[in-house]
Design a protein around this ligand. Sequence first.
Ligand SMILES: [Zn+2]
Length: 141
Amino acid sequence: MPKFKGSCHCGKLRLTFVSPSKAAALPVRECGRSFCRKHGARTMTDPAGTAMIEAEPGALNAYQFGLGTADFLVCNGCGAYMGAFFDDAGTSYATLNINVFDDRLDFSQPAASADYGAEDAEGRKVRRRARWTPATLKHLT
Ligand SMILES: [Zn+2]
């Protein structure tokens, strides 16, 4: 299965994403929310894949805004935005910022614009359970 690796600029946050699909077959989105726009993020999720996020001690800033239903993972060292993490009572999901992948240029398909501003907290959770990538967040010691 295709395996994608990525990291923030300083390398203290790292991603591994495994999917049955090749990069070109995965949906790329550009979210219109101001956080994502300000980071220039292009994101991708795959319910059939798995994601692992590893954080060196003290490197992870789990930023929250809006409804506070997900952690937006930013590196404390270099400021790179890695993606968002949603802990749903023990089952976790993530959306990943393609721009931090080593092979980000393989995701050459145009990004679809996305706007989730009309969702309430429950609607947001339902969408994430259905569409985001099952994920693990590992705090390294
Ligand atoms: Zn960093």
